[in-house]
Design a protein around this ligand. Structure first.
Ligand code: OGA
Ligand code: NI
Length: 348
């Protein structure tokens, strides 16, 4: 017998028969004591006929905020985007386009160096004190699962104390890192000030220990992949730090953000920086600003190199929900935790 394809027609007596349905295949069911008529498909369907298809959901994209706008307007836009997505893009942010391009190019060159030039930096183990390292394919929690990525992780700020550990090749890398990290960190700090004003914290709430740790930088390289549908560059994760400033190439997609049960692509915009909130911002704002899951997909045609700068608390900083945000009916939703302990217990 034909599979039943039934759909309930609006109540009561209204009947609509599709001309392709045979009368013998109509059934009547009772609802609320009254007969309602259901249609029964006359044959098995291999695909859903067009008239049953729901209209596609309107595409959602991350807000792109022009930081050169009026302060009130920018503050509102940043808060709105931050609350809805935990992610947004910014343009006219003060990091020169040339600086961004040069860093992207230098990182790309690093990954193309001969193995002999990179091998001394290579280490898969996160359990050493060694921050500056090159690793491939693995995440600590992956239990053997590999991902389609190489990562060069470097402590980059303060520049004077971290620079001696930066790779010497390619020659353009050190100047590019230095030119980028200082203004990129300033963008993050300015956004934190705007967010504070928006949610009722003193504007300098995140100055000091909450943002005073090193800035760690991940240069991620996702090589072109023969079958991007069966692997991932980076699995879904939230960043562990306070706030992240990410530079991605302006011509290739890869970063996706969790939204409403699905994933949205972060549109590549050459002059934009991508901003997202880390766990420490979520704790400090008692969940007002959430750290949202994101992942990176590989690409069949070209490789992609991104640079994520993680602004972090000092290791000794105890991160807790701000008392200004607690009160009657607003209990703390997170425990206080020393950043060092958070990093030890929450490995990526
Ligand atoms: C990360 C990250 C995204 C990207 O390094 O934590 O989320 O697009 N990177 O590479
Ligand atoms: Ni991330």
């Amino acid at each position: 017998m034909a599979a039943l394809l039934i759909y309930l027609w609006p109540w009561k007596s209204q009947v609509q028969l599709c001309s392709t349905w045979a009368e013998s295949e109509l059934v009547t069911v009772c609802g609320d004591g009254e007969a309602a008529v259901l249609g029964v498909a006359s044959h098995d369907h291999e695909t859903v006929p067009g008239r049953f298809l729901l209209p596609p959901a309107p595409p959602v994209s991350l807000p792109v905020i022009d930081l050169s706008g009026g302060r009130d307007e920018v503050r509102r836009a940043v808060l709105r985007a931050g609350k809805e997505f935990g992610f947004f893009q910014v343009v006219n942010h003060g990091v020169p386009e040339r600086t961004m391009r040069e860093l992207g190019t230098a990182c790309g060159e690093f990954f193309r160096l001969p193995l002999a030039d990179k091998v001394a930096l290579y280490s898969e183990s996160e359990d050493t004190e060694r921050t500056n390292r090159l690793f491939s394919s693995t995440m600590c929690v992956s239990g053997g699962q590999s991902y389609w990525r190489h990562c060069l992780r470097l402590a980059c700020y303060p520049v004077e104390s971290t620079k001696p550990g930066w790779p010497e090749k390619p020659a353009a890398l050190q100047p590019a890192l230095e030119d980028f990290i200082v203004p990129a960190r300033s963008v993050g700090m300015e956004l934190l000030r705007l967010l504070c004003e928006g949610i009722g914290l003193p504007p300098d709430y995140f100055e000091g220990d909450l943002s005073g740790g090193e800035v760690i930088l991940n240069a991620n390289h996702y090589p072109a992949c023969p079958d991007p549908g069966v692997t991932l560059g980076l699995p879904p994760h939230c960043d562990r730090n306070l706030i992240t400033v990410l530079l991605q190439p302006g011509y290739v997609c890869g970063l996706q953000v969790s939204y409403d049960g699905g994933w949205i692509d972060v549109e590549p915009i050459p002059e934009a920086l991508v901003i997202n909130f880390g766990h420490q911002l979520e704790i400090a704002t008692n969940g007002l600003l959430r750290s949202v899951e994101h992942r990176a997909v590989a690409n069949v045609a070209v490789g992609r190199t991104s640079v994520a700068a993680f602004i972090m608390p000092t290791m000794d900083c105890v991160v807790r929900p701000a008392k200004e945000l607690l009160g009657e009916g607003r209990p703390a939703r997170y425990r206080s935790i020393a950043f060092r302990d958070f990093m030890r217990s929450y490995k990526l």
